[in-house]
Design a protein around this ligand. Sequence first.
Ligand SMILES: Cc1ncc(COP(=O)(O)O)c(C=O)c1O
Length: 485
Amino acid sequence: MGGGGCETGDSRLGADLRDTNGAKGDFDVSLDQAEQTSDSDVRFHLHSQTNPRGHIENGPFVATRGKGAHVYDDSGKSYIDAMAGLWCTSLGFDNARLAAAASKQYAQLGYYHSFYGRTNPVTAALARKLVELAEIPGGKTYFTTSGSEANESMVKFAWIYHAARGKPTKRKVISRHRAFHGSTIVAASMCGLEMMHREFGLPLPGFIHTLCPDNYTGRLAGETEAAFVARLAFELERQILREGPDTIAAFIAEPVMAGGGIIPPPAGYFEAIQSVLAKYDILLLDDEIVCGFGRTGNWFGFQTVGMKPDMMSMAKGITSSYFPLSAVVMRPEIYEAIEKANAEGTVLGHGFTNGGHPVGAAVALEAIAIYEEMDVVGYVRRIGALLHERLAAACAGSPIAANLRGVGMMYGVELVADPSTGLPFAPARKVGAQLASLAMERGLIVRAMRDTIGFCPPLIVGEAEVEEIGSKFEDSLHALALAGY
Ligand SMILES: Cc1ncc(COP(=O)(O)O)c(C=O)c1O
């Protein structure tokens, strides 16, 4: 690599690289560039959760800029993103305060790590703030960079916890069918979705799945909600006894399932589940990756559904996804076990280079300050009620829209062949995907999870955006009816 311009002794080049006035990247996209983007993307970019051949045939969706809850494609067309990207940009797509917080921190200290006891002012401040918000007195925060890493870290901490208390055989983890907890090997094993397992020979042994608490499709004929909950708890206990209580470390759940199809738990679900877990000394891991930071109309989803977590994972809304930062907040007992496991002077053998990144921490502190200033809890309850009302009105005019469900600012609508019986469409008809693509034509981004249409917009949407989402959804439902499903 000799002869290049990057020798450390080249002070002229060094000054050029440090120049803060003349940023070199001009990101305006001309039509030629748009073509180049598509061409480069199709040729060189392998995409997550995308059919490879379909991508070559259809090309990418190219987002070039954002304004509030809207994004613009390379032809200049505007879309309201009713999914906040991937359930994450709670403060929209161009928040100037988050940009300024990142820029200020980049100028002050662009990186430092948290291995070997290192820290920095913003990361330490965020650790404290998260423990306070999580209402876990004496708790500790552990920083990671993605939701999957946070969930995977909770599993490792659960293993340490039980081993340090003389129960090293407690290793298995129970999650629910249809759950989504991430893409790394353990996180994917905890998913209850065949799509996350098929190509990889997952789940790993020791990752077990119990029933999904879907109040709409999960109940038996004539079963009341209370009887359904009792059956879910009974089935969980049966599985625990079958596996052996001494082999089970933890149960992981989202307060309201997101990617599984927006599934709020039936009344009394977590109380019933928790009493089974407590009986067999099984930790409750709370995946707050979508539900955290106001999404359900409380700071955290556990407050909405009556969960009492031992550990919580957070990501997405924590920085409005302006920086890849995630975290685990744990009860003091978990931390004490980690301390005990290293009592002889060993170190916690876990960590990520960018965990607790100061720029991410600065962005998270600013995002949290904005949530506090906007009274995110009150705001989400008020605008969320309007969103629910507007979606209900859209569904009322459609012969196939059923079971509008959700809370705060996350809702799902089920598209079914017969709303009176809940009879689903044949999967091959891909009715949900058809609706999502008709919505896209109308400038509305929603998520089809099979035939459930998901809405999880940025939390900053106002009445006008609620109306835009509702009317474009209504219009898409009409178009779907005209197309004959
Ligand atoms: C509930 C939940 N948990 C975990 C994850 C994984 O997060 P990441 O993609 O940042 O690893 C996601 C991502 O969508 C999620 O929705």
